[in-house]
Design a protein around this ligand. Structure first.
Ligand code: F6R
Length: 614
């Protein structure tokens, strides 16, 4: 959600900023803009629409050369996505330009204050208020850093702000509260970005900032303070992926590339988890064995796809640890007064590590003195930083807006957590844990075997162009897979799609079935006879009412053949692990259907990659 770039150094700032914005496009946006400091003046442009509009505008009316600049891709919150509301926003004297991610909650009263003092605001945004306030401080004699600190102290809500002052040609100043911002450390140049993708082309050294901090970058210096002006320090880290990970590598979409990266992403997330003595080890889990032994309940909180990973985890964690495990949407959790104690382990699952609802939920849990463990894919992001412990997934950067490898690696992390808790609490024998680990080790090859048959799935997807509605059915761990399959289709192909627990069919959803309605059915492995038989009857029931059944079933399962209009074969894996292979055809199906319908798969309408506002 909103991409932010800042640069100061020897290169042409316009090139660095536009490149950075391109790498942040995946976050989702509806306008793009830039401001450069040149010859003591502010030069800017900010047309509504995609980055291509900005590039065209810059070609038609070039901005002057400059070595200091900021840029922004905006995902509209306050005000429509038009030129006036696009960022950067300038102060009334056009001395100061600012870009912003987040929501300034007290903007209405600040706007009234400014208007009463004679300021004219040109947009409907909360951001323009910040521009006028910072410029007023500058006009009163403050330098850009002090002005930013003073204004941030007055702002409520969540924000990243990045500003340049026409009279300070070699500085960019930024601030963050509850919203992402990282510094890129170069040689004779420095960068700012919503995430490291903004500057990965130029440097892999980054500085993570804390809460309520202001950072000032010049060519050779980076200084950090609190909003109160007290000097502070960021945490430096090395980014362990490079530019090639942020490129499409011959695929038409980042999403398709990321689906194909899943065998290695899963393998990397499993790497190094078994010690020489065969014991499971999770190095980053900073909670002691004693802390974990005392846990008597797990609550998983997450949003969207990550929530579905949590639903799968519930089956595994309860089965292996015999501990109750609840799963809740982060956005609901905080507002229902959940029962949390010191012996509750709250597990926050977030690919980006920046999702505002999940962040607020973990803060709530920690205030109640529960322990929080994050499962996250983004080093240096806020959620792991504010958690007691973290299991990092090793998916590499996920750029397609729809989560794919993020989901599969979250599943791996959840399985590892469940097995680790079982090991510590002694609810499973070592050889049982080892057996599951051996099964997990085979998963990358099994995912590859699904990918090797992608063309079959693309042909099946092609037959559904024009479908008005698609249903997904699953049972047990296949139920969250059905939900995830439906979500992928909704967000990419804009087709109405619903996932159901197959056992619920007769309680209502079966009324939706009509002649030709495509129903994708995730058939559990045959090992679980009860489950399998029940699923088969559900499929027969929808087929008897005219549904077109597309069944995902394991290789040797011939019992399904009479009831499947179309069959997609899955490798044989245990029921609990089946989501790791069964999700893949559904991802391919949604990606291909959306492609054939002419949609932008990497940047679906209205969506943002990381949802940094509540
Ligand atoms: C769907 C999708 C979203 C995210 C959700 C949570 O494909 O990507 O539903 O899963 O916004 O995001 P994170 O995991 O970053 O907290």
């Amino acid at each position: 959600m909103c991409g932010i770039v800042g640069y100061v150094g020897a290169r042409q700032a316009q090139d660095v900023v536009v490149d950075g914005l391109r790498r942040l496009e995946y976050r989702g946006y509806d306008s793009a803009g830039i401001a450069l400091v040149a010859d003591g003046r502010m030069a800017s442009d900010k047309p509504a629409g995609k980055l291509a509009n900005l590039e065209k505008a810059l070609e038609e009316s070039p901005l002057p050369p400059s070595h200091t600049g900021i840029g922004h891709t905006r995902w509209a919150t306050h005000g429509a996505p038009n030129d006036a509301n696009a960022h950067p926003h300038l102060g009334g004297g056009k001395r100061l330009a600012i870009v912003h991610n987040g929501i300034i909650e007290n903007f209405a009263e600040l706007r009234t204050e400014l208007e009463t003092a004679g300021h004219t605001l040109l947009s409907e945004t909360d951001t323009e208020v910040a521009a006028h306030l910072v410029e007023r401080e500058l006009d009163g004699g403050a330098d850009l850093t002090t002005a930013m600190q003073a204004v941030c102290r007055r702002l409520a809500g969540a924000f990243t702000l990045v500003a340049v002052d026409a009279r300070a040609p070699d500085l960019v100043v930024a601030a963050r509260r509850n919203s992402p911002l990282v510094v890129g450390l170069g040689e004779g140049e420095n960068f700012l970005g919503s995430d490291v993708a903004a500057f990965i082309e130029y440097t892999r050294e980054a500085l993570e900032l804390g809460q309520d901090q202001v950072v000032t970058i010049s060519r050779d210096e980076v200084t950090v303070t609190g909003f109160d002006g007290v000097p502070a320090e960021g945490t430096q880290y090395h980014v362990d992926w490079d530019l090639s990970a942020a490129e499409k590598d011959g695929h038409d979409w980042f999403m398709r590339k990321e689906i194909h990266e899943q065998p290695s992403a899963v393998a990397d997330s499993l790497l190094g988890r078994r010690a020489a003595d065969g014991q499971l080890q999770l190095d980053e889990v900073r909670l002691s064995d004693q802390d974990l032994r005392e846990i008597d309940k797990v609550i998983i909180i997450a949003c969207g796809t990550s929530f579905y990973a949590g639903l799968v985890a519930k089956y595994a964690i309860e089965h292996w640890t015999r501990m109750p495990c609840e799963v809740e949407l982060s956005s609901e959790f905080r507002y229902r007064d959940p029962i949390l104690t010191q012996s509750t382990l709250v597990v926050a699952i977030s690919q980006s590590g920046e999702t505002a609802d999940t962040l607020q939920a973990i803060r709530h849990a920690r205030v109640q003195r529960s322990k929080v463990l994050a499962i996250c894919n983004t080093n240096g992001s806020t959620i792991p930083r504010e958690s007691d412990a973290v299991i990092y997934t090793h998916a590499g950067p996920e750029i397609g807006v729809a989560s794919t490898k993020g989901f599969l690696t979250q599943l791996v992390a959840c399985y590892l957590l469940g097995l680790y808790l079982a090991q510590i609490k002694g609810t499973r024998f070592g050889d049982e844990i080892n057996e599951v680990m051996d099964q997990l080790d085979q998963i990358p090859d099994q995912i590859q075997s699904v990918l090797d048959r992608e063309e079959e799935i693309y042909a099946i997807a092609g037959q559904q162009v024009g479908a008005k509605s698609v249903l997904f059915l699953g049972r047990h761990a296949g139920y969250p897979v059905a939900l995830e399959g439906a979500l992928k289709l909704k967000e990419l192909a804009y087709i109405h799609a619903e996932g159901f627990a197959a056992g619920e069919l007769k309680h209502g959803p079966i009324a939706l079935i009509e002649e030709g309605l495509p129903v994708l059915c995730v058939v559990p492995p045959r090992g679980r006879d009860q489950l399998h038989a029940k699923m088969l009857s559900g499929i027969q029931e929808v087929r008897a009412r005219g549904a077109h059944t597309i069944c995902l079933a394991e290789e040797n399962d011939d019992t399904i053949t009479p009831y499947a209009d179309v069959l997609i074969r899955l490798p044989q894996v245990p029921t609990l692990l089946q989501p790791l292979v069964a999700t893949v055809p559904l991802q391919l199906f949604a990606c291909e259907l959306a492609t054939q319908m002419g949609h932008d798969v990497d940047q679906p309408r209205n969506l943002a990659k990381s949802v940094t506002v509540e």
